[in-house]
Design a protein around this ligand. Structure first.
Ligand SMILES: [Zn+2]
Length: 415
């Protein structure tokens, strides 16, 4: 359950939270909203009346509710806003425009060369063009970056894997685009997408683990993404697994990611005699290579065990450690590598269960299908989730999103 609005600034946040919930979940009755937001039904009635008067929410015909009493559900007026999501990669920007219910309306793939000094400037210019192609008011832009981001509000990013160092992503884009910009680590953005559109509807404490080029983990505790003291929490890929192993981009050796991230898998395959396995800088060709290896593994049991079984076992051990440490209710596994999960699963299942504390041995995990738009939808969800901002982590940018929803200043009679 998403918890919000009961914190420090309920008069600001409650209308935004109602809009955010209706946007992400569709129709809801006032009673359902009151339960989800942990406020009284009378408060919901009062605030929703104001939102209806502003033309942002409408009341639909009666439906039978659980208690048998008919109720009139509320819905968002669909023109209330558009959200933009940008996933940054080593070679391009994957961009989507979405409606508030998460429906993807349009996608763009824009060239991006993060190593060049003018990279951010070029990105800003192409994104200005994208914004011009979007119908309806843009509430904000969410940006998901593989690496450490200091805060959603300031958006300074460090990403050695794609060659971005101390990049002022938030400041540059905000100034050039003229809309709120929220920047986050890409795996944390996926965790936010799960919060708004996925498992967050049923669970409040969970891990979102990605397998693919890198190995990442978003941590959601009591309905909030846990970012750590400086924004770098969840680096499960840099848990040391073996005393001396392959190097990682941060200068360690033997990290989980250096072993079973995509480049690690390719070197392991080479060590198993697949000498034509060459790692490239190009994710698409690496994915093609992994698919070829997976086909081979499906007809060669010992190769399957030696490569994917071994990788699944390492992942299972590391993840069991994370579950023992954080005690989540569920684990979600996704990312481009989840396509081969049938091959990872046997090794994973045995090691994961074996290394869990007895009291959590039955924890479920869900493996989700994958496409690149999911990263970008995660970025877009950052904008919507700023409506639920309980601890102020989205700062002034989050306030601006709420301003654009037309609700920050006058409802509730404060500020
Ligand atoms: Zn490392």
């Amino acid at each position: 359950m998403i918890k919000t609005a009961a914190g420090a600034r309920p008069s600001d946040l409650l209308p935004a939270s109602i809009l955010g919930l209706l946007g992400s979940r569709g129709l809801m009755t006032r009673a359902e909203l009151a339960t989800a937001l942990r406020v009284s039904p009378a408060t919901i009635t009062q605030v929703s009346k104001d939102l209806m008067a502003r033309g942002m929410v409408l009341e639909l015909g009666q439906i039978a509710s659980a208690g048998g009493r008919p109720a009139r559900p509320l819905a968002l007026v669909s023109s209330a806003g558009r959200i933009i999501g940008v996933k940054v990669t080593a070679t391009h920007l994957a961009v989507i425009a979405a409606a508030l219910d998460g429906e993807i309306l349009k996608t763009w793939t824009l060239p991006f060369e993060p190593g060049r000094p003018e990279a951010l400037d070029t990105a800003a210019r192409t994104l200005v063009r994208v914004l011009g192609e979007v119908d309806g008011q843009v509430l904000g832009v969410g940006v998901a970056i593989p690496g450490v981001v200091d805060s959603l509000e300031s958006g300074v990013a460090d990403s050695p894997t794609i060659g971005l160092h101390n990049a002022q992503v938030g400041a540059v884009l905000r100034q050039r685009l003229g809309v709120p910009v929220l920047v986050e680590n890409d795996v944390n953005a996926l965790a936010v997408a799960e919060q708004v559109y996925g498992v967050g509807r049923e669970y409040s404490t969970y891990l979102v683990v990605t397998i693919g080029r890198g190995i990442g983990c978003g941590i959601v505790i009591d309905g909030q993404v846990y970012r750590g003291a400086t924004g770098g929490a969840g680096e499960i890929g840099h848990i040391p697994m073996v005393a001396d192993g392959p190097p990682c981009p941060y200068g360690h050796s033997g990290c989980l990611e250096s072993l079973i991230g995509m480049p690690g898998l390719l070197s392991k395959a080479a060590a198993l005699g697949q000498n034509n396995t060459v790692e490239s800088r190009d994710l698409d060709s690496d994915i093609a290579t992994i698919r070829r290896l997976a086909n081979l593994a499906r007809s060669n049991k010992s190769f399957a065990e030696g490569l994917f079984g071994w990788a699944g076992q390492l992942l299972g051990g590391a993840l069991a450690g994370a579950v023992n440490l954080l005690n989540p209710e569920v684990v979600v596994i996704l990312g481009e590598g989840s396509e081969q999960w049938d091959l990872w699963e046997p090794g994973f299942e045995v090691e994961f269960r074996a290394k869990l504390l007895a009291s959590r041995r039955s924890i479920p995990y869900l493996v989700e299908g994958w496409d690149e738009d999911k990263w970008a939808l995660g970025a877009a969800a950052l904008v919507l989730s700023s409506s639920f901002d309980r601890d102020g982590s989205t700062g002034y940018q989050g306030e601006m999103v709420r301003e654009r929803l037309g609700i920050a200043s006058s409802i509730g009679g404060k500020r």
